[in-house]
Design a protein around this ligand. Sequence first.
Ligand code: GH3
Ligand code: MG
Ligand code: MG
Length: 432
Amino acid sequence: MIDPHQIQLAGLVSQATFALTLTMLAWSDRRSRGMTWLAGACGLQLFASLSRNMWVTGIKSLNEAAGSCLLILLFFFVYMGLRWFVVRRKLRSIGGPLCVSLSMVVVLAINPINSDVALAIARLTALTIMGKTVEMLINTRFRALRSNARVTASFLTFVICVVAFRLPIDLHIVHLPKAVEDLAKAATMVSATLLLFSFVGIFVAESKRRLHDETRIDSLTGLRNRRAMEEIALHEVGVSLNTGRSLAMLMMDVDHFKRLNDTWGHSLGDRALRAIGGVLLTVTGADDRVMRMGGEEFAVLLPGFDMQSAARVGERLRATVEGLRLNENDEIASFTISIGVGVWREGERGWTDMLRRADVALYRAKREGRNRVVLCAETPAALPTPAAVPATVATKIEAPIVEGRAGWRSATANRPSLKADSEIAAVEATQA
Ligand code: GH3
Ligand code: MG
Ligand code: MG
């Protein structure tokens, strides 16, 4: 036989434990705002259970209507908390909170007249919120949270089943033996405990997801870093190996960056790196294939691009960066980049050879005067014009041309003839 008191006591202990745990997790990681909602829901549940089980605490029981409102509020908190984890968007409309408040007002108003109707409204509202929550969990945006969200969804479905099963009993529509009713109460406790347990799981999954993302993002520019680059490049090489699709990469290095820092200060140097990052993102339109490799070096992966089309993208990038102007204390700074183009060769299982070729080409660009795009070896020379740049990589950045400070301008004044010759893009082939 189930001893209802023992079950309830065990339920209270587990709820108190979870309330404490979730509060500590929310406290330890203030950025996980969803956890604050879930800890709040857990606290509400503990409060409701304590007031229902007066035999434990001796406190005065909540009246029926207040208890029902608490139930609605509790599942609304659960919805909001889980929404933060799996959707991460603000509530766009106030429809949800409005319906919750309205149903609570109705429950409180109806209770003195007919407590059963009030109870039914409260339970149906809570069931609706839970149903919405399950739907949201199943359609989570984040792949890393998907399995944990599904576990939470299945425990929540268990709670829905138990609440729905108990509704006709609590409304005295169905009369079941006391043993079955006790079993239903025990099932409520068990389902609630499992649900709370799954909240810890979703918190851990979210922490892992964030750690994964943050260790792959460069904090200064917001671009992917080298670690991310390695994973993405290997993936792209795998796709090219399977499909025969071409793959190219651009290696970029800011010209005389040390001099830029020395002349204008590191904060302008940092701004220059961020501005270059912005150009790379805007021109290529592919935020997951643009990386800061370290220092003042950047790389772009171009799946589906051959040497010539990659060179045109490189030229567009070079020209756009050359046109950038940064204002520092009413003076204007400008800077340039050198670019090496490397391509993946059929059969290559890794990306390091492509990287090495792009690096050699970059080195050559530096040696030949900087501010230019150079192709890796074994490719004939090509001079694509700006008009030949594919529409997909057309730049949206238009920077005014302003005279810069003499000291800094002199740093790039001796750049090669590529721009002086004409507006023709400078793309050179190396034979080295
Ligand atoms: P080159 O044209 O040959 O590439 O010359 P360079 O001066 O750009 O190259 P060098 O390797 O001599 O200098 C790179 C400089 O980049 C040195 C370092 O202080 C600076 N740097 C590296 N990372 C950062 C950063 O995050 N912010 C700033 N402001 N400077 C950085
Ligand atoms: Mg460098
Ligand atoms: Mg440099």
